[in-house]
Ligand binder design. Structure first.
Ligand code: SF4
Ligand code: SF4
Length: 86
């Protein structure tokens, strides 16, 4: 399941550089997560790195993008094949 940044984001910039998939970028008003690139950090880390560093706890699961851990690993392999990860 991709994660999603909610309106409590204070644009502190700390999550963008820690994402192993370069899924986080500045949106029109607050930071956003590109669902096709977010793997919940599966295969890289034990926990979502953006959630770990966010000072205001404004990053939630996105129910519009449900994925199993196995699907996330397949998604990661696809991203790595394209050279889309750090
Ligand atoms: Fe990036 Fe991991 Fe956060 Fe997804 S959970 S946006 S892959 S840091
Ligand atoms: Fe927004 Fe949290 Fe990212 Fe800071 S760490 S930019 S508050 S989502």
């Amino acid at each position: 399941m991709s994660l999603k940044i909610n309106e409590l984001c204070v644009n502190c910039d700390v999550c963008e550089p820690v994402c192993p998939n370069k899924a986080i970028s500045m949106g029109p008003d607050i930071y956003i997560i590109e669902a096709s690139l977010c793997t919940e950090c599966v295969g890289h880390f034990d926990e979502p790195q953006c959630v770990a560093v966010c000072p205001v706890e404004c990053i939630d699961p996105d129910p519009e993008h449900p994925e199993t851990p196995q699907q996330l690993l397949i998604k990661l392999a696809g991203l790595q094949a394209k050279g889309a990860t750090r």
